[in-house]
Design a binder for this molecule. Structure first.
Ligand code: SF4
Length: 489
């Protein structure tokens, strides 16, 4: 008779080839993993559209055991990563498996803001009251008086009440269970799948290796008994009741179950009425907005472009690099009718630190906001030149303020254009408009944006009452650029 083939009951979603797993005997993470897989198998989800993210810690190893798309990211950053994943590919169902320390201490800021914004993700927080993977240190959820490797006389810091915190941040679904309640965990995961928005399920799990043995519970069974004796399951309990200490009952149940528009819905509703809000589909393409536009900004002109152009502008904080980039972007899109993506980078200081802006301009939609090699590099500080000159390449254009930047060691074939923008601005009476002088020069030299569009974009971007002065600065730069171009012809 053929011997019976031994199969893991959940092998359809568990990577059995990775067994044995790394979890200690008696650890509760496996229970949560099983409940998760069962909930998923009972759901009608397309499992090819499910992603599981994690940070660092014992529970963060979970995605590695699943036959699903998984992302084991950096410490505390699972929520930030999942936010990007969900916003760039809204059709995904995104889960997070995270330990209490990773999620609430290292990644606490990401957590509260994702809940506040109501990003549609399902967070499963494995709360074992300590940093298990690193040896059992006290963490943000260690109950008062509990012993850990870093609190041998008992923890004296007040822990977070995670349920209350998530309620206060606006999560639409908040539940708490322990590993002794696998059926409820599964049910909560199924319920969370039905709630668009930020859902938070806290599961208190045994960590006999590091937390239990320091608190007179040496095995997983001891800890499970503790949970069964100490927990009270309530119907519609109050988040304020959910604090945990070493004496009082641990209240479990579904604390929050409500509806409010998630981030993408709110964005479409609020902003989509004013401007086009495209949805990235994750395949490099973008869906046009569903919400009918109340205002449909029609470009004043239609400028033909030969190519896609990547423009990098760099200088120091206070030189108006960001504004310069913004005006170029507005000219290209609002007035010239092309597509553009604009991003900005700051140093830690508001003024005097590094500052740069990047714009990609094209006749077609621009999907990716980053580039390494600019077609045009505008530089207004020596430190910025040192930083970005390595990205210059034959055929690229370099525009510099000749009195602030000494050009050295650049590849052959780079077209260099110099103008004393700051001195020209000073002559006009205000050095602050050096960026506008550069704008005029850029318009004349590159022909990426039209003259009319540049002027119109300038007028709507500078403070009211300064339009004429700024236009004068622009024309100075434009004429200078036209002169240089003529000389070169
Ligand atoms: S250290 Fe604790 S949390 Fe980590 S695997 Fe072991 S029992 Fe589980």
């Amino acid at each position: 008779m053929k011997p019976l083939e031994k199969k893991h009951p959940l092998e359809v979603l568990i990577r059995t080839e990775r067994m044995p797993h790394i979890f200690c005997s008696g650890c509760g993470i496996g229970t949560v993993l099983t409940s998760f897989v069962e909930a998923l198998l009972e759901s009608e989800l397309n499992l090819d559209k499910v992603a599981v993210c994690s940070g660092i810690g014992c529970s963060s190893r979970v995605p590695g055991y699943l036959k699903l798309d998984g992302f084991h990211t950096t410490h505390g950053r699972s929520v930030a990563f999942a936010t990007g994943l969900k916003l760039s590919n809204p059709e995904l169902t995104v889960f997070i498996f995270a330990g209490d320390g990773d999620l609430v201490a290292i990644g606490g800021n990401h957590l509260i803001h994702a809940a506040r914004r109501n990003i549609d993700m399902k967070v499963i927080c494995i709360n074992n009251f300590n940093y298990g993977m690193t040896g059992g240190q006290s963490g943000p959820t260690t109950p008062l008086t509990a012993r850990t490797t870093t609190s041998m006389y008992g923890t004296f810091e007040e822990p977070f009440n995670l349920v209350h915190l998530m309620w206060a941040c606006g999560a639409v679904y908040v539940a708490r269970w322990t590993a002794a309640h696998p059926h409820y965990i599964k049910r909560s995961i199924s319920e969370a799948l039905e709630r668009p928005g930020f859902c938070f399920i806290e599961v208190i799990t045994p960590c006999p290796t590091n937390w239990g043995r320091r608190n007179k519970m040496r095995t997983g069974i001891d800890m499970t008994k503790f949970f069964l004796e100490r927990t009270v399951v309530k119907v519609n309990p109050e988040p304020t009741e959910a604090g945990i200490d070493m004496k009082n009952p641990i209240v479990c149940g579904v604390f929050v179950d409500k509806e409010r528009p998630d981030f993408i819905e709110a964005l479409k509703e609020q902003v989509g009425k004013k401007v086009k809000v495209y949805e990235f589909r994750g395949d490099g393409k973008a869906e046009p907005p569903e919400v009918p536009l109340k205002i449909s900004p029609k470009p004043l002109f239609k400028k033909k472009l030969k190519d896609i152009y990547r423009v990098k502008i760099a200088g120091l904080g206070g030189q108006g690099m960001g504004l310069l980039g913004l005006i170029i972007g507005r000219a290209a899109t609002v007035f010239d009718g092309n597509e553009a993506l604009y991003s900005q980078e700051y140093g830690p200081e508001a003024r005097g630190g590094a500052s740069s802006a990047a714009i990609i301009i094209s006749e077609k939609k621009v999907d990716v906001p980053y580039f390494a090699k600019p077609d045009v590099l505008i530089i207004m500080a020596q430190a910025a030149f040192r930083k970005y000159k390595k990205f210059l390449h034959p055929g690229s254009i370099l525009i510099v303020d000749s009195e602030l930047v000494k050009v050295t060691d650049i590849p052959e074939g780079v077209k260099v254009y110099k103008l004393p923008a700051t001195r020209m601005a000073e002559k006009l009476g205000r050095s602050i408009v050096a960026n506008i002088v550069i704008l005029g020069f850029f318009t004349a030299i590159t022909d990426i944006i039209s003259l009319k569009a540049a002027k119109e974009a300038l007028k709507i971007s500078v403070p009211k009452g300064t339009e004429e002065f700024n236009l004068k600065a622009f024309e100075n730069g434009y004429d200078y650029g036209k002169g240089i171009k003529k000389e070169g012809e």
